[in-house]
Design a protein around this ligand. Structure first.
Ligand code: NAD
Length: 498
């Protein structure tokens, strides 16, 4: 069913009337923190506070983890018939769809993402992922090992117990679903810790899950800052696995906290500086330019697998860049509550300043910055235009570090081998792409590129059926697909002598 388009005034009215969830969702209901701490949920499109939210401190975390552990021990979720759990999770997915408008609006208000995208992409993808794992739930078979006539050897997957999902602000609902879906389907108790910048829609997920019939305490949502709530979960002895998406710096910290506590499993989806290689034989320069622009400017460039490094053959660099530049105007930032807006607000003024500092450094070093202007809107907020960096040193910070903004770093090369060497010369390895008409070059490059996903003549094609994650310092383990179950299960061998 098509929903009627709303005007920015309609959305503003809905935003004014919306109720914010401000407490943790614990043991089947909203619950106030026992310790009275709060932090602010802000609107980056205005710079104003939306609402104070309770912060779940270390002692509160102890309470929530104890509840999660007790429900796991009691088997209220894991021991239920798979078909029943499937039905509950399918209702959870339907509930997300039923609350789509409120979820999309909360996410837009808190992150500055355009409402057209939170409605069309983030909420449906979140529901779709929960549905996909629900549908897997009663179709997963365990294994038998060859035991000959002497033994029956079963290899079973068992849930780990309590999983803490610690997620970032750039795709809050989608990334939460990548963790919640398989972790719940595997039978675990799950605690979601959203980023402090994107809490509100995630809190609502707790309520929707409870309405669907996920038992109290099996799915809880704890708001709070990373070094408080996140750290308490990371160092907790009763948490058996951390499922993290966020920066490489915090990912490394979580490995340390695991080692300092109970050696919990740590799955990490971290940063990236993904390379797009365009070879001199690429005939589809317009299609490549569309994909390059979308890959770096969609979501304000705040995308882990953004194609932030364009490695282009010198022979076609100007022809390609002319086309990419022509697409900058399509990404003019505007009011996130206007359905026509394609580029919204940056997550915060301080993050925008961090991005601008990279541009200033490039100018200082004699590089060329095309675009990237900060926009002052009457409503306030953090808005900047897309940027392209040319004539930069491949060893410079702007060429190597994750800027996490709408900034395309261009590096020119001679030939495919040099392009792949440049692409691999990175601490990261999340994604890469190669544009070429030559089939053998495509396969050769795809094989050599050290990245979790390699696209050929495309970018950012995604499906929940494909694993997603990184080589090197882009992470450990994979989200999405059946491989995600590795993060949330232990393998048990039962050897029966016959
Ligand atoms: P971040 O690392 O600052 O925060 C991520 C989460 O970790 C938040 O919930 C935060 O509260 C929590 N956290 C922060 N410090 C913590 C600590 N000491 N202990 C425990 N938890 C802590 O990242 P961000 O700024 O929210 O998101 C941007 C980053 O996320 C970028 O680097 C981006 O590449 C990465 N990211 C990666 C993927 C992927 O799939 N590989 C996807 C999206 C984003």
């Amino acid at each position: 069913m098509m929903t009627a388009r709303k005007t920015p005034a309609d959305w503003q009215a809905a935003a004014t009337a919306i109720e914010y969830p401000t407490q943790a969702f614990v043991d089947g209901d909203y619950r106030a923190s026992a310790h009275g701490a709060t932090f602010n949920a802000d609107n980056p499109a205005t710079g104003k506070v939306l609402t104070p939210v309770d912060e779940w401190t270390a002692a509160d975390v102890d309470d929530a983890v104890a509840i999660a552990a007790a429900r796991f021990e009691a088997g209220v979720w894991a021991d239920r018939d798979p078909a029943e759990r499937k039905a509950v999770m399918l209702r959870f997915a339907d509930g997300i769809r039923a609350h789509a408008e409120r979820l999309a609006l909360l996410e837009t208000l808190e992150t500055g993402k355009p409402i057209s995208q939170t409605q069309a992409v983030d909420v449906p993808a979140c529901a779709g992922t929960i549905q996909w794992y629900a549908e897997c739930l009663d179709k997963l078979y365990d294994e038998m090992a060859p035991g000959g006539h002497e033994a029956v050897i079963a290899i079973r997957r068992e849930p780990v117990g309590t999983v803490a999902a610690i997620v970032p602000w750039n795709y809050p609902l989608i990334i939460a679903s990548w963790k919640i879906g398989p972790a719940l389907a595997a039978g675990n108790s799950v605690i979601l810790k959203p980023a402090e910048e994107s809490t509100l829609a995630s809190l609502l997920l707790g309520e929707i899950a409870a309405e669907a019939g996920i038992p109290a305490g099996v799915f809880q949502v704890l708001p709070g800052r990373g070094h408080v709530t996140g750290d308490a979960l990371a160092g907790h002895d009763q948490v058996q696995a951390i499922a993290f998406t966020g920066s490489t710096e915090v990912g490394k910290r979580l490995l340390v906290r695991s080692g300092e506590s109970n050696m919990k499993k740590v799955g990490l989806e971290c940063g990236g500086k993904s390379a797009q290689i365009v070879t001199r034989d690429c005939e589809q320069l317009d299609a490549a330019a569309d994909a390059i622009a979308g890959s770096i400017w969609y979501n304000q460039g705040e995308t882990c697998h953004a194609g932030s490094r364009l490695i282009v053959d010198r022979a076609i660099a100007d022809a390609l860049l002319e086309r990419v530049e022509a697409r900058m105007a399509q990404y003019e930032p505007g009011n996130p509550l206007d359905e026509a807006t394609v580029m919204g607000a940056m997550i915060s003024a301080s993050h925008q300043q961090r991005v601008q500092d990279y541009l200033a450094e490039v100018r200082r070093d004699g590089g060329q910055v095309i675009g990237g202007e900060v926009l002052a809107r009457p409503e306030g907020g953090a808005f900047m235009r897309p940027a392209i960096l040319r004539r930069i040193d491949p060893a410079s910070r702007a060429a190597r570090e994750e800027i996490f903004g709408p900034v395309l770093a261009v590096i020119e090369c001679d030939g495919l081998d040099e392009a792949v060497d440049l692409a691999n010369d990175s601490d990261y390895g999340l994604a890469a792409a190669v544009w070429t008409e030559r089939l053998s070059d495509a396969h050769r490059a795809a094989r050599r590129l050290r990245a979790g996903t390699v696209w050929v003549n495309s970018y950012d094609m995604a499906s929940v059926a494909t694993p997603f994650g990184g080589y090197k310092q882009s992470g450990i383990g994979r989200d999405r697909s059946l491989h995600a179950f590795d993060k949330y299960t232990e393998l048990k061998t039962t050897w029966v002598a016959v």
